[in-house]
Design a protein around this ligand. Structure first.
Ligand code: HEC
Ligand code: HEC
Ligand code: HEC
Ligand code: HEC
Ligand code: HEC
Ligand code: HEC
Ligand code: HEC
Ligand code: HEC
Ligand code: HEC
Ligand code: HEC
Ligand code: HEC
Length: 413
């Protein structure tokens, strides 16, 4: 896993925080110390900078900028007291000693404006990297107030965002839009979500959504959202229908796929998972190795030798309805106790469920029975008629035949 560093650093941070709390508690218990003059107090450990440059300077801060610790104020100021202004303004001042912070294609607003000191105290600070705020996120949201509100109010925040903005953004300059450490539409995501890179590249049925201009961001908000999995829409159904409310063409075979939005509008008796708004209950939005990116296999053709592992349907429906040759409970599609599902599906030349059912939505008949079944290039109407204890149909496959749960019907051959 690529984000080991992320977790390890979290553990280290947690440890440091615990230790700091312990020390703080011990310190709080001790009598109040006199104002700190680093050199003369025994109990104040010297900072690295003080050890290196000497301890002339009074500082009670945890981090002291070495040139400030030197005590030669005229490195940066025109005079020793710092009253007559600077020898030059940032960023040039800082660039005397530091490499330029604006060398890449995209430069953060305040860096471009030379406002180094809006984030760093040039002298000393209690915060790492001489920052003017106690954490990186606090620093960022002190200017980006919409993000402050976002962090406080959003239900599901992406963990690296909660941790620190600089997991993805460079505070100064980067070669990618928004100073991101890699292209934010996908490359950045798969730096940490390596498994998604492998998956989306190796599955046989790839999803065209990932080739759309915003890639991962077509569906996810990188910072988080009020929806599960940081989706940009309330449900996966709404999300899918942003693109599938028109016919789309598959990238690999050039097939024209049906307009699911229109289909659902015209067929208001929706299949359970669609009523819940969950297209992802059956389809993997990142592609899969099954027909139509299904989460589990489903027969590709009208006739297929029956294999219980070949039906995603059994994730939610009991397989007995197809497996048991005789039953008085497993299904209502039976003639007496003769299981008509078994007869149609469970054989060498078995018909897949699509012969009779539609998996998205239907209108004419109950039980998600489809109005027409596609056989080769022809669409046969199935002409279903419901009866009190069963029903009958007359597709092109055979003349009208009846089934009845209570009083089995005799059908002429
Ligand atoms: C690394 C460069 C640097 C060094 C060394 C430095 N300063 Fe400064 N100092 C600055 C900058 C930059 C500012 C302007 C800060 C701002 O823009 O708010 C500043 C501002 C000041 C100010 C104005 C008030 C304030 O704090 O904003 C005083 C006074 C001052 N410095 C005194 C000193 C003294 C005294 C020393 C030596 C002990 C010293 N500085 C060393 C860079 C430096
Ligand atoms: C005279 C040289 C000099 C100048 C000018 C200078 N710095 Fe530094 N700065 C240093 C040295 C030396 C260090 C410590 C070594 C290091 O971390 O690279 C340092 C460290 C830092 C650090 C890291 C502190 C840490 O905790 O690791 C920051 C941030 C920083 N400087 C910002 C600035 C800014 C902003 C300016 C301009 C206002 C500036 N520096 C000007 C010499 C300088
Ligand atoms: C928007 C806030 C912000 C501004 C503006 C900013 N910095 Fe920083 N800087 C940071 C943060 C945050 C870090 C710590 C990065 C980290 O730990 O990943 C940092 C780190 C540093 C460091 C130490 C690590 C390094 O990258 O070398 C130096 C030196 C530094 N900044 C110099 C500067 C200088 C010089 C300027 C002005 C040209 C500047 N910064 C402007 C936020 C800022
Ligand atoms: C001192 C104020 C300030 C701080 C602190 C600050 N920013 Fe910014 N940020 C700005 C300004 C100003 C812009 C430029 C806005 C513009 O161009 O519309 C900007 C732009 C950005 C942009 C590009 C947005 C766009 O629409 O182009 C990103 C991303 C960003 N900041 C992230 C951060 C992160 C991450 C931090 C913390 C490390 C941070 N900012 C801290 C002031 C700040
Ligand atoms: C997981 C990576 C990641 C982290 C962590 C992250 N961002 Fe972003 N950020 C992005 C991506 C990707 C974009 C580009 C979004 C787009 O193209 O619509 C972005 C865009 C932005 C923008 C410009 C567009 C906008 O949404 O306003 C700002 C400002 C910004 N981020 C600030 C922040 C701040 C502040 C934090 C920390 C609280 C943060 N980001 C943490 C990935 C991240
Ligand atoms: C710095 C590492 C990092 C980056 C970059 C990153 N993520 Fe994440 N992401 C995580 C971590 C850590 C989690 C929480 C652990 C987990 O569930 O895998 C997470 C969780 C998620 C989740 C929720 C997983 C779940 O099961 O609840 C989604 C969705 C997600 N990230 C999408 C993205 C997208 C899209 C991008 C690119 C814009 C992205 N991530 C960039 C580290 C990252
Ligand atoms: C077509 C929309 C769509 C696109 C494009 C997309 N995702 Fe997702 N993603 C989803 C949905 C929907 C879920 C929730 C799946 C569920 O509920 O089972 C999800 C879940 C996730 C999760 C949580 C773990 C999982 O697999 O369930 C991660 C991590 C994730 N996506 C990362 C990514 C990354 C990285 C990209 C880009 C390579 C990406 N996604 C592109 C729709 C999308
Ligand atoms: C950003 C647009 C977009 C979104 C959002 C989207 N799709 Fe797609 N989808 C496409 C495109 C374009 C194709 C055709 C290209 C391809 O996959 O070969 C496609 C193809 C498909 C296919 C057929 C795949 C094949 O090759 O057989 C299925 C099934 C599918 N999408 C389901 C979904 C589901 C379920 C969701 C919601 C989780 C969803 N789509 C969200 C754009 C999108
Ligand atoms: C109960 C499982 C299930 C759910 C839920 C589901 N689908 Fe499907 N979907 C299927 C199956 C099975 C197929 C293959 C149908 C076939 O080949 O006869 C399919 C096929 C498709 C196709 C290809 C259509 C074509 O022209 O061949 C698209 C696009 C699609 N689904 C999108 C969606 C969208 C969008 C949603 C949510 C509104 C959704 N699906 C919900 C099972 C499901
Ligand atoms: C994620 C769970 C899930 C999956 C997978 C699933 N179904 Fe369903 N199915 C349901 C739920 C819930 C209902 C009840 C609500 C309804 O009538 O749609 C249902 C109802 C049905 C009904 C109508 C029952 C009746 O008496 O009205 C049929 C027919 C059906 N499913 C067929 C299928 C087929 C065929 C598949 C495989 C392609 C399948 N289902 C996959 C959840 C699922
Ligand atoms: C030859 C047509 C046909 C085929 C093929 C078929 N079904 Fe059915 N199915 C029906 C009929 C007709 C009913 C309605 C029975 C009733 O209630 O009168 C039904 C009802 C159902 C029901 C509702 C509960 C029940 O069993 O009564 C489910 C669930 C179901 N079928 C799932 C499936 C699955 C899964 C497949 C594929 C493995 C499948 N069907 C294949 C015709 C078919």
């Amino acid at each position: 896993m690529k984000y080991n560093h992320f977790f390890i650093s979290k553990i280290i941070i947690a440890l440091v925080l615990t230790l700091t709390t312990v020390f703080a508690a011990a310190k709080a218990a001790a009598p109040v110390a006199a104002p700190v003059v680093a050199k003369s107090t025994k109990d104040t450990p010297l900072t690295d900078a003080q050890k290196f440059y000497g301890t002339e300077l009074k500082s009670s801060k945890k981090v002291v900028h070495p040139p400030y610790a030197w005590g030669d104020c005229t490195v940066c100021h025109k005079d020793a007291k710092g009253e007559k202004g600077l020898v030059m303004d940032p960023p040039e001042l800082c660039a005397m000693c530091h490499e330029a912070k604006d060398g890449k294609k995209f430069i953060h607003g305040p860096v471009a404006a030379g406002a180094c000191t809006s984030c760093h105290n040039p002298h000393e600070s209690d915060n790492a990297k001489l920052l003017v705020a106690s954490s990186i996120n606090e620093l960022c949201v002190s200017c980006h107030q919409d993000k402050d509100e976002f962090l406080r109010k959003t239900a599901n925040i992406h963990p690296p965002v909660k941790d620190q903005c600089t997991n993805c953004h460079d505070p100064h300059t980067e070669d990618h839009l928004f100073q991101l450490k890699a292209d934010g539409k996908k490359d950045l995501c798969v730096m940490c979500h390596v498994e998604k890179e492998v998956w989306t590249k190796t599955v046989t049925d790839k999803h065209g959504a990932l080739n759309r201009p915003r890639k991962c961001l077509e569906c996810h908000d990188p910072h988080g959202s009020s929806n599960p999995k940081f989706l940009i829409k309330d449900t996966s159904k709404e999300l899918c229908l942003t693109c599938h409310s028109q016919p789309v063409t598959t990238d690999e075979t050039g097939e024209k796929l049906m307009d699911i939005g229109k289909h659902l509008e015209n067929n208001p008796d929706w299949h359970g998972p669609i009523l819940w708004g969950d297209c992802a209950a059956c389809h993997n939005p990142h592609g899969s190795n099954n027909l139509r990116m299904l989460n589990k296999p489903f027969p590709r053709t009208f006739y297929e030798a029956f294999d219980e592992d070949n039906y995603i349907c059994f994730q939610c429906h009991e397989k007995e309805k197809i497996m048991d040759e005789k039953t008085s409970t497993a299904t209502n599609f039976r003639n007496g106790d003769v299981n008509m599902h078994f007869i149609h599906v469970n054989k060498e030349k078995g018909r897949s469920c699509r012969a009779c059912h539609d998996f998205h939505g239907t209108k004419e008949y109950p039980h998600h029975l489809r109005a027409k079944t596609q056989f080769g290039k022809i669409n046969f109407p199935i002409r279903f008629i419901e009866s009190e204890n069963g029903g009958s149909c007359a597709p092109a496959c055979h003349a009208r035949r009846h089934y009845d749960k209570v009083t089995p019907k005799v059908n002429l051959k």
